[in-house]
Write a protein that binds this ligand. Structure first.
Ligand code: HEM
Length: 434
């Protein structure tokens, strides 16, 4: 029988505990700041009329000057939160990395179920975790694996240098030869062997990559995600995406490509994984392997070729940087022809140039969109689950309150006063200190 005493021993403390929980949740919610919203937002289109999609990162910098480093925009039916400074970006990617690890569903990435197979566009789940682990392992980007990678790159570098020398100091456009070289390094890593750059297969890869890049680079292709019904009108963007996917599927079935795959390549390793119980359990299929190959060849080739081309441009504008880097590398080379990765510890200035290059050019300005997989607190602001997050790396890399003279190419900001590369956690890696 329930007595008054039993009631008071159980019921009263339980009520007090519930009350405390409720109050702390309520107070916790009240503590969150409200994210500033970009206004005016028009019916149906939201803020689309204010945002030039071909130049989003710079438009966002302008908006951040008025609304602060974090703000919300509405593009047609979808809301997104944009982060523009160190505090908000660090809070999202480091302090709350697990909650901000998702990828939003976009029209462009749901085509051909790409988002269910991709290593870039898939949202955070067990399959993605497995893919990341296996691809990183097979790329051998760490430890002794880097020596392997270096061995594979050297023949391509030698070919590239011969091609440059064959120009006999006459002017030429370096982009095509840099692109081809890097594409072949990626093919060696992904499939196991290179392709002749004059072959039809190589040209097809370049055509497909060009089409995907036009569709996925920040710009017009984005319209398809925010107004998916545009595809009904067979626009240039939707046709391009469809053609790229078709060409890719045909290319993938080519016997020559399938015959190229070696067991130790990324694709070879993924084929082996697909046959294991773990692979089957995580739905690693032929479509997954094809999609990961597409992701990696695009992610690795264009980014790297753009960075190196921009380095040449920097050399034109800052010849003293080129001279200093040349002297440093020549000093470690002595009688050898090529520098090796193991020389890196003796070439801090060169390392600093590369760090400064990535900051200065910021050529993936909005990174890849993220998405919250649960309600999240970003730098004190409550961001609900399933919110798209744009990370404005370009704003971060050129923030005048953060970097001294961000518009100047200055590798020294990454060196200490004896010319050694400062470690990542050192304040100079973030701020320029004289
Ligand atoms: C200068 C060269 C490069 C730059 C600037 C660059 C930049 C980026 C950025 C900004 C992201 C988005 C990260 C995020 O989601 O927050 C990314 C993702 C990615 N990149 Fe790169 N990247 C470069 C080279 C490469 C190379 C060489 C590869 C392949 C060998 C590669 C493969 C990937 C992959 C697979 C992802 C998706 C990662 C994931 O979601 O887990 N990237 N990259």
């Amino acid at each position: 029988m329930v007595t008054t005493k039993m009631l008071s021993t159980v019921f009263v403390p339980a009520t007090i505990i519930l009350l405390i929980c409720y109050l702390s949740t309520w107070l916790g919610k009240r503590k969150h700041l409200k994210i500033p919203v970009l206004t005016p937002s028009w019916p149906l289109i939201g803020n689309a009329w204010q945002i030039d999609v071909s130049n989003c990162h710079q438009v966002f910098v302008g908006i951040a000057k008025k609304l602060g480093p974090i703000f919300e925009i509405k593009l047609y039916g979808d809301k997104a939160v944009v982060l523009n400074d160190y505090e908000t970006i660090r809070s999202a990617l480091v302090s709350n990395g697990n909650q901000v690890a998702g990828r939003p569903q976009m029209y462009r990435t749901t085509q051909a179920q790409r988002n269910r197979n991709s290593i870039v566009w898939q949202t955070f789940n067990q399959k993605l975790i497995l893919l990341r682990k296996e691809v990183l392992k097979s790329l051998r980007m760490y430890g002794n694996g880097l020596d392997d990678l270096e061995e594979k790159c050297i023949p391509e570098i030698v070919c590239l240098l011969q091609e440059v020398e064959s120009k006999n100091s006459k002017p030429f456009d370096p982009w095509p030869m840099l692109y081809d070289s890097i594409c072949n390094v990626m093919l060696i890593l992904l499939l196991g062997s290179r392709l002749d750059t004059d072959s039809e297969h190589f040209k097809t890869i370049k055509t497909i990559a060009g089409m995907f890049n036009e569709t996925f680079g920040s710009g017009d292709g984005q319209r398809l995600d925010i107004i998916p019904w545009l595809k009904l009108f067979k626009t240039k963007d939707s046709n391009r995406l469809e053609t790229a996917l078709c060409m890719r599927d045909t290319f993938w079935k080519e016997q020559l490509i399938q015959n190229m795959v070696t067991d130790d390549s990324v694709v070879g390793q993924l084929y082996q994984l697909s046959k294991t119980d773990t692979g089957k359990k995580h739905d690693i299929t032929e479509d997954t392997i094809k999609e990961c190959f597409t992701n990696l060849i695009l992610a690795g080739t264009d980014t790297t070729a753009t960075a190196i081309t921009c380095l040449l441009l920097v050399f034109l504008h800052y010849p003293e940087v080129q001279d200093r880097m040349y002297k440093e590398i020549s000093a470690v080379l002595q009688t050898r022809d090529l520098p090796r990765l193991s020389d890196r510890s003796h070439t801090p200035y060169t390392e600093a140039v590369l760090l400064e290059l990535l900051r200065y050019i910021s050529h993936v300005p909005l990174a890849v969109p993220h998405c919250t997989i649960s309600d999240t607190n970003i730098a004190g602001f409550l961001v609900p689950k399933d919110t798209t997050i744009y990370i404005n790396l370009w704003a971060l890399h050129h923030d005048e309150t953060f970097w001294e003279n961000p518009w100047k190419f200055s590798p020294d900001r990454f060196l200490d006063n004896v010319g050694k590369l400062v470690p990542p956690q050192h304040p100079s890696r973030k701020r320029y200190q004289l």
